[in-house]
Design a protein around this ligand. Structure first.
Ligand SMILES: Cc1cc2nc3c(=O)[nH]c(=O)nc-3n(C[C@H](O)[C@H](O)[C@H](O)COP(=O)(O)O)c2cc1C
Length: 388
């Protein structure tokens, strides 16, 4: 397919809807319960509007950002997403490679199926996101495996102590652990290219059902169709601040909390010596009714020191969305579904095309905003008011 004909993330979403089986698209696209937070994430962008400056001279523009001494070409990266193998064979490779080529960060989900030892080949500096159980004896060997793989940035997701109520998945028969059913098989039959390129290719090339091989220290992990001993989310509900304080002592690299919504949690993270927070509600996939990420951002930024990195994700589909978050104090934005649609449509080339669309939108709109450098964006460039 000619990717140049897809002009926006919305075009990719539409295309992904047609190539993916309904149950898989629902897993990617859906939220929880009444999807209040899923919708709020997008709606929040409407009530932040730009106040562009004129006559500035914007011939030279930069969207580079620096984080912990590293330079990234664009002010966005790829958020961790689990079970992406449902969308594309070796999907994590495509996401990681496209991110590396674009010089942006890639966060590998703990619920991924390509061994991190291989992911390194595509993204030597990948960040790792863990669903960490509250058990030091389990965390310690995981940290050793991460260190052996050169991981510096450990992202701890804190908005998922329990599984959420994703009714759309239940209606579509999509479960983790994955279970085959006649409905899903029929869904596959109606999407032959997915059945060939994802389902058949996975079984024929890899000769095995994908395994969650990056959850903990055990390289083997467990099949995506299997309930591991002790349960899929064993011990996550026991994780608390005492574990983070201990991890801070033990882990030599960076620790970032993902899923921060309350300013007090961000302040506590900074005081504990953690390295940053990601303001996030898991893309509306956990607590329904949680505040939109963009709306939660200003209070979090105000609660921490100006140098403490506040990152954000949730609902970003346009370059202008990213510029609004940067103006409100985010250092960097992370993309979830936007890039996953790209991978579902055309693998690495699709992800690169989405990155290209968004960075072009940022470049153009930065100029239209009368600003030469994303580093100079601040709240003077935006105003909060409902858009009619
Ligand atoms: C299919 C899918 C799987 C996800 N899996 C994870 C995960 O394994 N770990 C995690 O911390 N967040 C996960 N997330 C949440 C994302 O990291 C991110 O917070 C969210 O997608 C941002 O919203 P957006 O999709 O609107 O950009 C997942 C999101 C999606 C869409």
């Amino acid at each position: 397919m000619n990717l140049e004909k897809l002009l926006s993330v919305a075009d990719f979403e539409q295309q992904a809807r047609s190539v993916l089986p309904r149950a898989v698209f629902g897993y990617v696209n859906g939220g929880t319960e009444d999807c209040l937070t899923l919708d709020a994430n997008r709606a929040a962008f409407r009530s932040v509007q730009f106040r562009p400056r004129g006559l500035v001279g914007v011939a030279e523009r930069s969207q580079e950002v620096e984080l912990w001494g590293r330079r990234y070409r664009h002010p966005f990266g790829i958020a961790p997403m689990g079970v992406t193998a449902m969308c594309r064979h070796r999907c994590e490779w495509d996401l990681a490679k496209a991110a590396t080529d674009a010089a942006i960060p890639f966060i590998l989900s703990g619920l991924s199926t390509l061994p991190m030892e291989q992911v390194r080949g595509a993204a030597p500096d990948f960040w790792y996101q863990g669903y960490i159980p509250g058990d030091r004896e389990v965390i310690r060997p995981l940290m050793e495996r991460l260190q052996a793989n050169g991981v510096d940035v450990l992202v701890v997701t804190i908005d998922t102590p329990l599984g959420a109520n994703r009714e759309n998945n239940q209606r579509n028969g999509f479960t983790i652990p994955f279970k085959f059913s006649s409905g899903l098989l029929w869904d596959g039959v109606r999407h032959p290219s997915w059945s060939m390129n994802v389902f058949a290719r996975t079984l024929l090339t890899d000769r095995q059902i994908p395994r969650f091989c990056n959850v903990l220290a055990d390289h083997q992990g467990f099949r995506i169709t299997e309930e591991p001993q002790g349960g899929f989310r064993h011990g996550r509900d026991k994780l608390d601040w005492t574990h983070l304080a201990w991890m801070r002592d033990v882990w030599r690299g960076r620790i970032v909390l993902k899923g921060v919504a309350h300013p007090a949690d961000a302040r506590r993270a900074e005081h504990m010596g953690l390295d940053g927070v990601i303001v996030s509600n898991h893309g509306g996939r956990q607590l329904d009714g949680a505040q939109a990420s963009l709306d939660a951002l200003p209070a979090v930024v105000a609660a921490v020191s100006p140098t403490f990195p506040v990152l954000i994700d949730g609902g970003f589909r346009r370059g202008t969305d990213i510029l609004k978050a940067i103006a409100l104090g985010a250092r960097m934005v992370f993309l979830g579904r936007s890039v996953l649609y790209g991978a579902a449509v055309a693998g690495e080339a699709g992800v690169s095309r989405v990155i290209d669309i968004l960075s072009t939108e940022i470049d153009r709109n930065l100029g239209l905003l009368g600003c030469c450098d994303v580093k100079n964006l601040d709240k003077e460039y935006v105003v909060h008011q409902p858009m009619i």
